[in-house]
Structures are given as C-alpha cells and as structure tokens.
Design a protein around this ligand. Sequence first.
Ligand code: KIV
Length: 281
Amino acid sequence: MAESKRQISIPTLREMKERGEKISMLTTYDYPTARLLNEAGVDVLLVGDTLGMVVLGYDSTVYVTLEEMIHHVKAVVRGAHEAFVIGDLPFGSYNEDPSQAIRSATRLIKEGGCAAVKLEGGIEMAPTVRAVADAGIPVVGHVGLLPQTATKVGGFKVQARTAEDALALFESGRALEKAGAFMIVIEAVPAPVGMLLSRSLTVPVIGIGAGAGCDGQVLVTPDMLGLQEAMTPRYLKRYAHLASTAEAAVRRYVSEVKAGTFPTEEHTYSMDPQEEAKLSR
Ligand code: KIV
C-alpha cells in the first residue's frame, strides 16, 4: 500500500520542533516549482517577496505589490498539496497600522489561499502581529536582516554581531512570540544567535544564514538551484547549477533550428499518403 503523505499544519510544525525534527522550507513563486518541491518533501513553501528580485526583475523587494503577491500565492497553493504555504506581506501593505495589516493579510489568505502570512520587523511590529493573529490569521515573524528596510542598516549586512544587539533581537523574538506569531524567520545573524533564539522560544525558528542550531532552514530556491548565480551570500549552498544546464540546452535548440536538424521525423506528425497526394495535386 502506498504510504499516505502527511499534511503539514501549524501543530505539525510545533511537534517537529518538540521532537527535534528539523523543518525544511524553500521559497516558491509558481505552480510547477511548488509541485516539484511538494513532491520532494519540502515541509513549508514560502512565497517570499524575493519574488520581486528573483522572478519579476526588480532590483529590490520594496516594489512588490500585494496584487503581485496574491497572483503568485494562488499559483503556489495549486501545486502544494501537503506542504504548508506562507505568503509574504510586501512592503507598504502592513506598515501603516494594524488595521492595514489585517486587511492585507485577509486578502492574502482569502484571495491567495495560503495558510499563513509573514511580515518583517522586531518588537515594534508586536502590536501588528497581535492584531493580525487576533483576527484569526496565522502570522510568521521575521527578525535579523530585514530586506524590505535594509537601506536603514546600510544594506544586506549580517545583524546582531554584538551581545547587546543579540539581546535586543531576543527581546524582539520573545515579543513576537507573545504577540501570537507561530513561527519566526531569522535572517543573517551569527550562528550562536540563531541557536540561542531557537532554544529560547517555544515556536519554531527558521534560519537563513543563521547557522545549524535553528529549528529549520530556508533558502531562496532559484539561488540554491543555481538558476541565477548573481547572488553569492556566504550562507548560500548551491545544490545544482540549472542555469548553465538550461543555457546549454537552449543554445543547442537554437543551432539545430538554424541548421534545420530539428525537428526530425521523430518529432513530426505524418499524413496519410493518399491525403498528401490529393493535397499536392
Ligand atoms: O522573501 C523571502 O524570500 C524571504 C526569505 C529570504 C526568508 O523572506
């Protein structure tokens, strides 16, 4: 009998943390990739606002709109049958006040169909997290490097390098958990900071560039598959080099089309000879 696949839910994720099973998370922006990652057993699919940079060609995540997020969340949800899908709230869709955050999060859940939303920010976002969670919407926090507001700290830099900054980050993590976040993403911090935050919270802490001591890991899928090789942060491990494989395939296609060696009979529909003769006449 085929083994039935497990449906990942918030209780599943909490149980995974409790029994020390690491949580795998990857970003996803479209239906075929969502299917592939789901089949490969990824626990959580994050429709991140990295969408802007890795799919839409913007040079920052700040230009991503709520409409664009909803469009891509819908596609991912269609392909993710067992994996848990989180949609990112883009910059400007939750920063004004908690009621704006509730409205945007409701749209992402209702129109996009994802199971939870993620928003960036530390202790200052706790009231917003509380409001969204109280509205019945599961929320994921995001601390450490915050790409949407990275210009404030001088760009994409490792955060919480000093004990003082790390303690402030722990305070943020605790405030977000208390406000109702069921999971926290922590980005670009030294490994001891990732490990200590994971140990000090009861909710799962998922690291990206935060060391092996986190409860789970997340990477940006086009980066880890080598579909684009421009980004080379230290934490990134490339598991494949799909861009060079794809480029070689496309170059071959172009040269075969030019040479007339594609298509051959194998890739051509035939016609009944009598019909062909009639046609020629
Ligand atoms: O937007 C995103 O893809 C993210 C990940 C980098 C965690 O927030």
